[in-house]
Design a protein around this ligand. Structure first.
Ligand SMILES: Cc1cc2nc3c(=O)[nH]c(=O)nc-3n(C[C@H](O)[C@H](O)[C@H](O)COP(=O)(O)O)c2cc1C
Length: 215
């Protein structure tokens, strides 16, 4: 009886050893760490950052991007600037959009062909891409280049501006855009990007995600 019990214990121990060995023998599932950092796509590339800005929020974002990727930073200016008065500008923009009017640019870009990557920054105007940015994309051929859109808006919508960029840059590789809340000129809130750490971080993460910077 005593012997039987000993045999029983030995068998159970053996079985336990076998199962634990087979578990240990199973292939271990290693969690593959996908590198967040896809590389420094911007290195050795000629970059142009063009932006339109009325109350300097998009300008501030453009400058933050410029700090990260370098190269040329250009403000888009018009031969005939928009009025200072907000509502008059809203009405003018609506009329221009209705007629597909493209305002004449004062800004000239020398040798656009030398750039590999073109960032284009704009506020949302009337839920659309502002006419001056439409003028820019109409005037300059960005075929074969990487286009990177970024935007500020008042928080009531970016509208179809990113889609319009894709339509107007059909022969470019348009990367995922960046959009953040800027001023609310309608309510008298103009420049809000002073010491904007949140936006700096958002930009850093976005540039990393689209593979333009690694740090
Ligand atoms: C003519 C005009 C139209 C605007 N339309 C919109 C709009 O449709 N949606 C929105 O969220 N903000 C709208 N805004 C607010 C701006 O997009 C927002 O204040 C932006 O941050 C301004 O950028 P900036 O400081 O670079 O000019 C409009 C502003 C102006 C002047």
């Amino acid at each position: 009886m005593k012997r039987l019990r000993i045999y029983g214990i030995q068998i159970i121990t053996l079985l336990l050893m076998i199962t634990s060995c087979s578990r240990a023998g199973e292939p271990t599932k290693v969690k593959e760490e996908q590198p967040i950092d896809k590389g420094d796509l911007h290195k050795d590339k000629n970059i142009l950052i063009v932006y339109l800005s009325r109350t300097k929020n998009t300008k501030a974002v453009a400058e933050m991007i410029h700090k990260k990727v370098g190269c040329s930073l250009v403000a888009l200016e018009l031969v005939t600037p928009y009025p200072d008065h907000y509502q008059t500008t809203v009405d003018q923009v609506a009329a221009e959009n209705a007629k597909d009017y493209l305002p004449q640019l004062k800004t000239r870009i020398d040798s656009i062909e030398k750039y590999d990557i073109v960032f284009i920054g704009f506020p949302t105007w009337g839920m659309q891409l502002p006419p001056p940015m439409k003028s820019f994309l109409n005037k300059y051929d960005l075929s074969g280049k990487i286009v990177v859109p970024f935007n500020t808006n008042a928080g009531y919508g970016i509208g179809n501006s990113f889609e319009t960029v894709k339509e107007l840059c059909a022969k470019s590789k348009v990367l995922e855009g960046f959009s953040t809340k800027g001023g609310v000129e309608r309510d008298g809130i103009l420049f809000v990007m002073e010491k904007e750490k949140r936006v700096q971080l958002e930009i850093q993460n976005w540039l990393k995600k689209i593979g333009l910077v690694s740090l």
